[in-house]
Design a protein. Sequence first.
Length: 338
Amino acid sequence: MDFIGANILSVSQFERADIDRIFTVADSMGPFARREKVTRVLEGAILGNMFLEPSTRTRLSFGAAFNLLGGMVRETVGITASAMAKGESLYDTARVLSGYSDIICMRHPQAGSVAEFAAASRVPVVNGGDGDNEHPTQALLDLYTIRKELAGKGRTLDDFRIAMIGDLKHGRTVHSLCKLLCLFDKVQLTFISPPELAMPEAVVEQLRAAGHQVTVTDQLEESIGHVDIVYSTRIQEERFASQEEANLYRGRFRLNREIFTRHCEPNTVIMHPLPRDSRAEANELDTDLNEHPSLAIFRQTDNGLLVRMALFAMLLGVEGDVDKYSRPVRWHSRRSPI
Ligand code: NCD
């Protein structure tokens, strides 16, 4: 695809060569993310961050990635803080905000809303999550992480096994990741969820049509024994009709050190898009795994910066110039390397 000026709305717009290009550019962003060098390549550019649903890492890492390339960030957080609370349409908001920005990242509670917004925008729009539909940049950083973790074991994206656990019905990160995996070969997927929260049939069909082996189950312990990756997810309580209904499922599939040690192969990689629900009744990924070398959740968040920097550079057509406008940093803020 032609990245310059494009919107990033769905992973379906990527071909495999596009993924390879994004990952190559992401690899080159390491010195900037590690604060060894700074670049001014996006000096003067403005990112409009429009987050109409709660977010910590997606919003902050989009912003930090843009800052790391030398650009500035303007934010609107929460529908109540925007004129949408006064009934303003997506169309009008897009026309206005795109006059103030060079690129826009948007999160919105409704599926399809970011595409509607993008159709009216005069600058590229990146989908930071639209309802239960898609979260393309999370899928890219997840796939980038999987690739890196597998490389450490001499494996590749073309032959690996992954178990996805939790609310697979509403989880936009797993929807996007599965669609992206259709670009690769010989992936074995195990979907572990309560039957009511199963992966949408259309996604399962797409994976099977791509030649992948898919197993659907509601049994955790017996299904995580022979996988390279376990990808845990939160019950997406904000997508349920009532809190009571969401509560039925919280804490149903918990992964802790004891279960991991007893059932998983020792070097199985543990992933989660975060946030993990740390409340006692949920706790789908226990803190007793925090120091476990297989826990990749904070490697995922660090990788998110690299992938989002790569996308910004490519969408704004500067990926070849990042180093040209760089210099070493003067300060020392890191207690440990990332
Ligand atoms: C996810 C999201 O918002 O879809 N988080 C993220 O962006 N890293 C997952 C979640 O909220 O559970």
